[in-house]
Write a protein that binds this ligand. Structure first.
Ligand code: SAM
Length: 250
């Protein structure tokens, strides 16, 4: 564990007996499940994630960003939605998993968007672009997987232009009593079983549950954003609090 990282979430790793770093484990886990990732996303969220993505991207409409960086882009869904809503000049997606990127590149080619969306292998904790490069940065379901959250947020801030916006979409835990119990049952027992059957990998979907449980959310995540130097940070919860949009400015 990085001694600079004071939050306990980076102790949650996909493969509990592995001696590899969280980053290496996350990369190989996503490489393994990439072939079923999109299907499972739609299936496990009953398609609701599509609406969450659109709502999050709409937070950027008034900014009219020309250049957008989609961090932890995976199979490119957030980048594609972003292009459809915002029509920027260019979207660059970065991710550490080549398996996820391969699927994303095929989807982008199929949609004829190769000139507008480019996917590159890249680490959010050492972003391969100069300071002040993008008007907006987006991260959907990615920050929870960073090995060093603060390092990732500080790198994102570095590449944002002054006045630029960060949009984070992330899974959160509901707080309403009955919903809370149903949610925990679903995440603890149903999700890993479905992950095992469909993606042949229950560790990945067990990790989904464990990482959501431990990740700092809502006010705690806003506090981390502010500590990382962002301003005007706020959040909006979606669908009974099981997902949250965070917005912040450089
Ligand atoms: C749950 S997926 C989200 C993918 C996509 N953003 C979406 O909305 O479907 C998380 C992604 O984060 C990527 N990831 C994790 N740590 C990363 C890092 N340090 N830098 C870049 N990508 C990272 C993983 O490889 C994976 O593709």
């Amino acid at each position: 564990m990085n001694p600079m990282n004071i939050y306990p979430h980076d102790t949650v790793v996909p493969f509990k007996n592995s001696t590899e770093s969280k980053k290496k484990q996350v990369e190989s886990m996503f490489d393994k499940i990439a072939f079923r990732y999109d299907f499972l996303n739609r299936f496990l969220s009953a398609g609701i994630d599509v609406g969450w993505r659109k709502k999050a991207i709409r937070e950027l409409i008034s900014l009219h960003p020309k250049n957008i960086l989609d961090v932890a882009t995976g199979t490119g869904d957030f980048a594609i939605t972003s292009y459809e809503i915002l029509k920027p000049e260019k979207i660059t997606g970065i991710d550490i998993s080549e398996g996820m990127l391969d699927i994303g590149r095929k989807k982008i080619a199929k949609s004829g968007l190769e000139n507008s969306i480019e996917l590159l292998r890249g680490d959010s904790e050492a972003i391969l672009f100069p300071d002040n490069s993008f008007e907006a940065v987006t991260v959907a379901f990615g920050v929870r997987n960073f090995e060093n959250l603060e390092q990732g947020l500080s790198e994102i801030k570095r590449v944002l232009k002054p006045g630029g916006k960060l949009i984070v979409l992330e899974c959160t835990k509901p707080s309403l009593p009955v919903i809370k119990q149903l949610y925990h049952f679903y995440m603890k027992f149903i999700t890993p079983k479905i992950g095992k059957i469909i993606a042949k990998n229950n560790a990945a979907y067990q990790y989904l549950n464990d990482s959501v449980l431990q990740f700092p959310e809502k006010e705690s995540f806003i506090h981390i954003l502010n500590q990382s130097g962002y301003r005007s940070s706020f959040y909006k919860t979606l669908t009974l609090g099981i997902c949250t949009i965070y917005c912040a400015e450089k």
